[in-house]
Ligand binder design. Sequence first.
Ligand code: NDP
Length: 238
Amino acid sequence: MSRLAVVCGGSRGIGRAVSRLLAAQGCRLAVVSRNQDAARATVASLDGDDHVAFSCDVSKEPEVQKTFDSIQKLCGNISFLVNAAGINRDALLLRTKPEDMVALLHTNLLGTALTCRAALRSMLHTQGAAIVNIGSVVGLKGNAGQCLYSASKAGLEGFTRSLAKEVASRNIRVNLVAPGFIRTDMTAELKEEDRMRSIPLGRFGEPEEVAQVVLFLLKTSYITGQVLVVDGGMQLVM
Ligand code: NDP
């Protein structure tokens, strides 16, 4: 049977591109997002017909547990987990509302920890299981106006490296992809021309360009606990 991949945040942007690429490679997909109609629309667009959409807020532990129980029951053991669910609430720290701080940390950092925890037991039963978390170049370098977002993504680096150490003996690999500016809903309001000077390759990336790197990290066999930056060279000049 083909391998099962769970993509959290798979309904839009980077997660949708990852879902499409994995389906094109023959994986069965469980696409997870809060908006079930959007997840269903992604599922309908995938190659093959053995895919399922799930509605789940990854920041809420009972929802995550229930969703992963349903995935196990309906689809079987998980081979791949991609954590692309994320939000931004850009503002200087002095103007950031406490509820936005909580939402950022709960969705981007805690959400990833919860889904990894919920998926691991199932992953123990598959050969060569792998997790890819989506961080950000600002988690490595920092960015004014994104203190809590950057903190959540920096937290993912420590989380990824630690989990990689915890599960390596079970041959489960855990890596982090750190994108720069990628053309998705999250960056739709940014003016690309204003950012050009900060990107050596001179353009925003496409979600498909991140998806290729995610696929590489899922399919390869001897890389774990690493951060792969996909940013058009942005980190070089930050
Ligand atoms: P989008 O806004 O395009 O998509 C975000 C996805 O996450 C949607 O599927 C959304 O679905 C889902 N999502 C958001 N919150 C939750 C939640 N609480 N529970 C479940 N699903 C959720 O973002 P991108 O594709 O651009 O971003 C994907 C990841 O990449 C994020 O972690 C982001 O921080 C990171 N990233 C993005 C960059 C960029 O330039 N675009 C740069 C660096 C990192 P729904 O709203 O229905 O829940």
